[in-house]
Design a protein around this ligand. Structure first.
Ligand code: SF4
Length: 343
């Protein structure tokens, strides 16, 4: 059974900015402001639809900049959601906001209404990239907001984007390493999608901006996934959600409904290539943790096909003793008198 969770979107509400990539109406698929009725309906529907409620079940307000919404309206939203917090209902509220929209007074209000987790749209830890993309905040703002949230006992989520205007592979990895230093509880990674009616769209049409290709984004994001995993930081999303009208307004850049799967597949492909480095061509069995079977095979068997092109005929098998993102490869001897050899 699934946890009961509710996601509510506050598209562009409270936001005085126009970031280079932002078209919230398209991303959320919602063009009118959220109402109290929307909140009640979404919560009631989730409660009636089965699933079970744990301390982790959340009512989440995404999009826009929640803590930049006028205080009365924020409180109205929070009060309404808070009616559904408690035994047999939801465990807490999650909001997302800008790093420069967090201060002590705001946190007092959030705490009062059972907000437990706050996600910050940091997007980059390079001030040059933030400026080029009209974010209107600095990396220091993110650092300060994380500190304040931690001091006040909130769970912290950080969101980053790869391939923004003015960014490079190095600046994107710098952001990922800075996130590791800040030790958030969760991370979301979004490769940049160029949507119509944005500043990035203008730059792209004028030939001033060249977005990442899907291949570049998968290579970069798979390395970041691995980095966060090794530092025990949970990545809760890689790639934009399918939904809203992203596809209909996508001009360039990266959008794939199973982008996270592509990245995990790439991690396994690179593990398999490392393990097979200098190994003779032949038949091999690749053992992976049972949950990673499809990622190891790759979408449309892409990993198996690429390995075959290198001379390695591989089959994937499950082994509960193999940790996530690791492989054990066994050479299948054609001479049946010899034992299979683990490489
Ligand atoms: S701060 Fe958020 S909602 Fe506002 S323009 Fe930027 S991305 Fe869009």
């Amino acid at each position: 059974m699934k946890h009961r969770n509710v996601s509510l979107f506050v598209p562009h509400e409270g936001c005085p900015h126009a970031c280079s990539f932002c078209n919230q109406k398209v991303i959320s698929g919602q063009s009118r402001p959220l109402t109290v009725n929307d909140i009640r309906t979404a919560c009631e529907t989730a409660l009636q639809s089965g699933g079970y409620c744990t301390e982790e079940s959340e009512i989440a307000f995404f999009g826009g900049s929640f803590t930049a919404i006028e205080t009365e309206k924020q409180i109205l939203y929070l009060q309404t959601a808070n009616e559904y917090i408690g035994e047999g209902k939801f465990g807490s509220i999650r909001i997302s906001t800008r790093p420069d929209c967090i201060n002590e007074e705001i946190l007092v209000v959030l705490k009062q209404y059972n907000v437990r987790n706050v996600e910050l749209g940091a997007q980059s830890m390079s001030d040059e990239v933030l400026l080029a993309n009209r974010r209107g905040h600095t990396a220091k703002d993110t650092e300060n907001a994380v500190r304040l949230l931690r001091e006040n006992g909130f769970g912290v989520g950080l969101q980053m984007m790869t391939g923004l205007y003015g960014s490079t592979e190095e600046t994107d990895f710098f952001t990922a390493r800075e996130f590791v230093r800040l030790q958030p509880d969760t991370v979301r990674i979004y490769p940049t999608a160029v949507l119509e009616h944005t500043f990035l769209a203008q730059l792209y049409k004028n030939g001033q901006y060249c977005p990442q290709t899907q291949e570049q984004a998968v290579a970069a994001c798979s390395k970041m996934l691995r980095l966060f995993y090794e530092h025990n930081i949970r990545v809760i999303r890689v790639g934009l959600h399918a939904g809203g009208d992203v596809q209909g307004n996508l001009l360039a850049g990266v959008f794939h409904p199973a982008f996270g799967e592509l990245c995990e597949g790439e991690i396994y492909y690179s593990e398999m290539c490392n393990a097979l480095h200098n190994a003779p061509e032949g038949r091999y069995t690749v053992y992976v943790t049972p949950r990673a079977f499809s990622q190891a095979v790759g979408q449309k068997k892409n990993n198996i096909i690429r390995l075959a092109q290198k001379g390695y005929t591989c089959r994937v098998a499950a082994d509960v003793n193999i940790p996530k993102y690791r492989v054990r490869i066994v050479c299948e001897r054609t001479d049946e008198t010899e034992e299979n050899e683990c490489i």
